[in-house]
Design a protein around this ligand. Structure first.
Ligand SMILES: [Zn+2]
Length: 244
């Protein structure tokens, strides 16, 4: 009852006195509480495999990123990861669910978010990929499994490493905990797809214990065009760390 009263009368009153501001441009953001109308429509749907990760010999069976990592997305991901805005994870998970509901991704047995090491999770208080995965699980009606895959080691930040370096850095980064129930197919969820080093290592760990099919979905990727790889490495390397 109290909750309903808050939702119906008190929350709108607070919004009226202190209207929420857009995380990107700081205009009043009554559109969805944290993005104004204009910035919301600046989000660019990509919905394909990031360019750097199309290969038949890949350990990952299919991969797709919903949005292009443009300026609006960059601010959203930054706030999700470093400013405690966990609701952005819920928003992204919902958008992904709506987009992928009628694709091959609806046929997987379970959803697993890329786990953070316990120390990193304690520092941040939540795992941003888990926030995305949890809402995606609701929309796709595919259960989430948070017990199977864990972080084995505390890996250093990857922003300064190239593709090969990231691959080496991630070797042996994950471990399997609950071996008795191995799903046949898994969607791995992460916030941003960069070189694929993290998701590949996680997919490899899952396949070693008998998972047959691993798909990867991420909220965004900067690798939607060949030439952007270079631009991204020059400009955004401080912002994107697929290890965090
Ligand atoms: Zn805005």
């Amino acid at each position: 009852m109290k909750k309903r009263l808050f939702k119906k009368f008190i929350a709108p009153l607070i919004d009226w006195i202190y209207p929420p501001r857009c995380l990107v441009c700081e205009k009043i953001a009554l559109f969805n509480g944290y993005l104004c109308h204009d910035c919301f429509f600046d989000l660019e749907i990509f919905g394909k495999a990031p360019h750097s990760f199309e290969g038949e010999d890949s350990i990952i069976d299919e991969v797709s990123s919903l949005y292009k990592f443009n300026n609006v997305m960059k601010i959203l991901i930054h706030n999700l990861k470093y400013n405690g805005c966990d609701y952005i994870g819920t928003f992204l998970g919902k958008q992904m669910g709506i987009y992928y509901k009628n694709t091959s991704f609806k046929d997987y047995e379970c959803i697993i978010s890329i786990p953070l090491h316990r120390i990193k999770k304690d520092m941040r208080t939540y795992n941003q990929a888990e926030k995305i995965a949890s809402e995606l699980s609701n929309v796709l009606e595919i259960p989430m499994n948070i017990d199977l895959l864990k972080r084995a080691v505390f890996t250093e930040t990857q922003t300064k490493l190239d593709q090969e370096g990231r691959k080496k850095n991630m070797k042996g980064a994950f471990k399997i905990i609950a071996k008795e129930e191995i799903p046949s197919s898994v969607i791995l969820i992460d916030d941003v797809f960069t070189t694929g080093a993290t998701t590949s290592e996680a997919a490899n760990t899952l396949k070693e214990v008998g998972v047959k099919k691993v798909g990867v979905l991420t909220a965004a990727t900067p690798f939607f065009l060949r030439h952007l790889k270079f631009v991204f490495e020059m400009d955004d390397s401080e912002e994107i760390d697929d290890e965090l």
